[in-house]
Design a protein around this ligand. Structure first.
Ligand code: GLN
Length: 446
């Protein structure tokens, strides 16, 4: 109740919630109390959380930040929602996001932009910007997010939080509205690595309903936190510290490295030579998959339908024209173009080849180091509206995060202090299924 009151008081300034589910939350809290009274004592029992508004919630709107799904309530819960609910977490609401998770600033939402609690004139990052802003403003201790190209790690970095994108396949995508299916992965955002470990432990695991879910035992993320870092080998890729990086961020990142050395880590310079091709490759693959995934929104099966269509084609055309926002339309056009006959080999196939090279870069880098460390973002949180006129300038902000999605490896962003009052994030990357190692390093540092 305290948090619900705080949300009512502070969220009008931040706009981090799309839907507050007060009634359901109070019922869930009561059920959690009863379980506790009956002797259960899980850490998430009664813990208030929020879900990014692309996780389907039974009977509650799942908008994906879009007019297209403004009236859509799924008939079932996403696996992640079900698992966290089963652990006793209490959902206070559905959190704002870039429309269909496309963006790095949370400015493309149909429900309006989200503000960064550290400076209300700046963006919180995206696309899980509502999740990040709500936690940073202490409206929630933890929330779910999704990361297709950085959408957990980048908003975590811009709002002083910890966020982890697990290995592709570690967290079920069932019931998560798809953006780019081969890149999307759900994960938690919270203040600390410990809270992320708790959340991830409940969210992760094999799910027969998701064909890309991996059937591999879960590590004990909490137990891994206390491992000492002596002997940890950290790789610093030279490509992460080159042109485009704010020099003050570079200093803040190196201060973290010094701290980790004091804890027993050793440092090695490494190279990820194909990183320069990551943005063009990602911004072909992600829109290509999006254009295919979003074809289901046709005004017939889901969500928004235009007024009085004259025929079926008019219904499709106007429902999509009126239901989708500008950034989504841009991605659909880019994606459709890249997949079209005659261009497929030149764009999509080439992008997939680059993807393989990027993956190979990581595989060989991890022969010599345990984790790769660098900045999460090249710049601090920018002013609302600053990058709207030039979408490519926003795409460039994803340079350090998208490679993990292309390769499928896990990545974590953790707080690394403030510059001029704005948070800085450090990113850690690890080999496949080494989420425990990332959480361990972040926890030892914190
Ligand atoms: N900014 C990236 C994009 O717009 C990443 C988004 C995401 O991870 N969902 O595609």
């Amino acid at each position: 109740r305290t948090l619900l009151a705080r949300i009512a008081r502070l969220d009008p300034q931040l706009n981090s919630f799309i839907t507050v589910t007060e009634e359901q939350a109070l019922a869930q809290a009561k059920a959690a109390d009863a379980r506790r009274a009956a002797g259960e004592n899980g850490a998430l029992l009664g813990a208030p959380i929020g879900h990014k508004d692309l996780f389907c919630t039974k009977g509650i709107r799942t908008s994906c930040g879009s007019k297209m799904l403004d009236n859509f309530a799924a008939p079932y819960d996403a696996t992640v929602v079900e698992k966290l609910g089963g652990a006793g977490a209490v959902t206070l609401g559905k959190l704002n996001m870039d429309e269909f998770a496309m963006g790095s600033a949370n400015e493309s939402s149909h429900y309006g932009p989200v503000k960064n609690p550290w400076d209300l004139t700046r963006v919180p990052g995206g696309s899980s910007g509502g999740s990040a802003a709500a936690i940073a403003a202490r409206l929630l201790p933890a929330a779910t997010g999704t990361d297709t190209g950085g959408s957990i790690r980048q908003p975590a970095a811009l709002t002083n939080l910890t966020g982890i994108k697990p290995t592709y396949g570690r967290v079920s995508r069932w019931g998560m509205v798809a953006y780019a299916s081969s890149l999307d992965q759900g994960g938690p955002l919270a203040r600390t690595a410990e809270d992320c470990a708790l959340m991830l432990g409940a969210m992760a695991g094999f799910d027969p309903k998701d064909s890309t879910s991996v059937d591999q035992p879960l590590d004990d993320y909490l137990a891994a936190l206390s491992q000492p870092l002596a002997g940890l080998r950290i790789g610093l890729p030279k490509e992460y510290f080159g042109e485009g990086l704010d020099p003050k961020i570079a200093d803040a990142v190196m201060a973290v490295v010094e701290q980790l050395k004091l804890l027993g880590a050793t440092v090695k310079d490494i190279s990820l030579p194909n990183m320069q091709h990551a943005i063009p490759s990602y911004y072909v693959i992600a829109p290509a998959e999006a254009s295919s995934n979003l074809s289901r929104f046709d005004g017939v099966r889901f969500g928004f339908r235009c007024e009085s269509p004259v025929d079926l084609i008019d219904l499709y055309k106007r429902s999509r024209a009126e239901g989708f926002g500008d950034e989504v339309k841009r991605r659909i056009m880019v994606g459709t173009y890249a997949l079209s006959a005659g261009y497929y080999d030149a764009y999509y196939l080439k992008a997939q080849r680059i993807r393989r090279l990027i993956k190979n870069d990581f595989v060989s880098a991890f022969e010599d180091v345990d984790v790769i460390l660098g900045p999460t973002t090249p710049n601090l949180a920018w002013k609302l509206g600053e990058k709207n006129a030039d979408p490519v300038s926003a795409y460039l902000e994803d340079i350090y995060t998208i490679t993990a999605n292309l390769a499928g490896i896990p990545g974590l962003s953790m707080p690394a202090g403030f510059i001029d009052g704005l948070p800085v994030g450090v990113q850690l990357l690890a080999p496949y299924f080494q989420e425990a190692r990332l959480l361990n390093v972040a926890h030892q540092y914190q």
